[in-house]
Design a protein around this ligand. Sequence first.
Ligand SMILES: Nc1ncnc2c1ncn2[C@@H]1O[C@H](COP(=O)(O)OP(=O)(O)OP(=O)(O)O)[C@@H](O)[C@H]1O
Ligand SMILES: [Mg+2]
Length: 135
Amino acid sequence: MYKKILIPIDGSDKSMQAARHGAELAAKIGASITLIHVIPILPVDIRSLVMDKVNAQGQELLDKAARDLNKYKVHIKTEMITGHPADAICRKVKASKYDLIIMGSRGLSTVKGYLMGSVSGAVTSHSSCPVLIVH
Ligand SMILES: Nc1ncnc2c1ncn2[C@@H]1O[C@H](COP(=O)(O)OP(=O)(O)OP(=O)(O)O)[C@@H](O)[C@H]1O
Ligand SMILES: [Mg+2]
């Protein structure tokens, strides 16, 4: 039923919990997973100063996550894109025909007033495919 699963990660424990959940499910149903990290659009004046570091950190985060999921024996791709996270995730789903998104309820933010963060909330509302939120 689900062949291509998209797992957005931001480096938070919750997103890694979602990634493990996704890998376990993918192994059981024979799906492949893509770990995706979205780099937010930065103001032009600071972009050139920090972009190399931000890109390197993003790739490191993805590589580490992929290594952590090795034991599940599923096919894993990693990808980094730039944009507004929720919007970029929803676009990616359509463009590359993913059929399930698995993500954390919260992420890196320290403000924990609501059950869901802005990215998980917006993806849940706007995604064209089913979304599995890991609380
Ligand atoms: N930049 C990103 N790239 C990829 N996935 C992301 C990104 N930001 C958030 N996510 C995904 O969304 C989930 C929820 O994070 P979200 O950012 O919505 O919550 P938060 O950080 O607690 O709150 P907020 O960012 O709204 O202040 C994460 O567990 C992760 O799966
Ligand atoms: Mg966040």
